[in-house]
Design a protein around this ligand. Structure first.
Ligand SMILES: [Zn+2]
Length: 265
């Protein structure tokens, strides 16, 4: 991890605590300092400091990092703080399935401060890239903020060398779209312009497969997207919805802090 000197990540530990309490505090402190380092490194253009539990953005806005509230599965999805975004470890291995929603837990305020708080604000930063020029040649729009467009262009060039994957890459399902996730009051990551759905024709989405929107239902995982294709997205900072308990195998989302955090664990 390329550390940021503005964040020591040190927290005071009460020496009078029992050994188990101290080691719990210490583990949590290390987890916090690692996640804070990943945030500072990957959003350095927008985040000034994270100190004393406050994230200060370069535009002068600020927000709390950790609300210190214990949450269950649905509460984590409905009302997470930024610290909760690191609650579960994203699965960087080449095994597809996961039993957590690592990366699907998002604090809306954080992403509004980074990418824009309305459709109009996000739109101001959109740029156009040519998606897989040899295989597909489709113009798509994503945000230029945080290097998203540049990173997706690199993904596109790498994927373009794989004609065997053409059926997954044609007819891009969508990129920027300011909208709620169906069945919820949460904004979709597509609202922020840092997300792409590849061809829906070869994708699986938990809501379609279970014909339901209830996130408490148990699901039968399905996927037909090659994991080597997924690995290319991950190389450039995009996590894959196919590694969520509530799977969405067309969905790739720019979350370099999540990948950095796992790589440096
Ligand atoms: Zn999507």
């Amino acid at each position: 991890m390329l550390g940021n000197s503005s964040c020591s990540g040190q927290e005071n530990v009460d020496v009078n605590k029992t050994t188990s309490e101290s080691s719990l505090v210490s583990t949590q402190s290390t987890k916090h300092s690692n996640s804070i380092e990943s945030l500072l490194m990957k959003y350095y253009q927008d985040i000034d400091t994270i100190k004393n539990n406050i994230i200060v953005f370069k535009n002068g806005k600020s927000m709390r990092f950790d609300d210190n509230i214990q949450k269950n599965g649905i509460e984590l999805l409905d009302n997470p703080d930024v610290e909760d975004q690191f609650r579960f470890d994203y699965n960087l291995s080449k095994n597809a399935s996961s039993n957590t929603d690592a990366g699907r837990i998002r604090n809306e305020t954080f992403f509004k401060f980074i990418y824009g708080a309305s459709a109009a604000e996000v739109q101001k930063n959109l740029g156009t890239i040519l998606w897989c020029p040899s295989l597909v040649n489709q113009r798509i729009q994503v945000t230029k903020k945080c290097g998203v467009a540049d990173s997706l262009q690199k993904v596109s060039f790498a994927l373009d060398k794989h004609p065997e994957w053409k059926k997954y890459l044609t007819s891009v399902g969508g990129t920027f779209n300011w909208r709620k996730i169906s069945g919820t009051s949460r904004l979709s990551a597509h609202s922020f312009g840092m997300t792409i759905d590849i061809n829906i024709a070869h994708s699986n989405y938990w809501q379609w497969d279970c014909s339901c929107i209830d996130e408490r239902k148990s699901l039968q995982y399905k996927n037909s997207i090659p994991l080597e294709l997924v690995e290319i997205f991950e190389r450039y900072g995009f996590i894959w919805g196919g590694k969520w308990l509530h799977y969405d195998t067309m969905h790739f989302e720019f979350r370099p802090e999540i990948i950095d955090y796992i790589r440096n664990k």
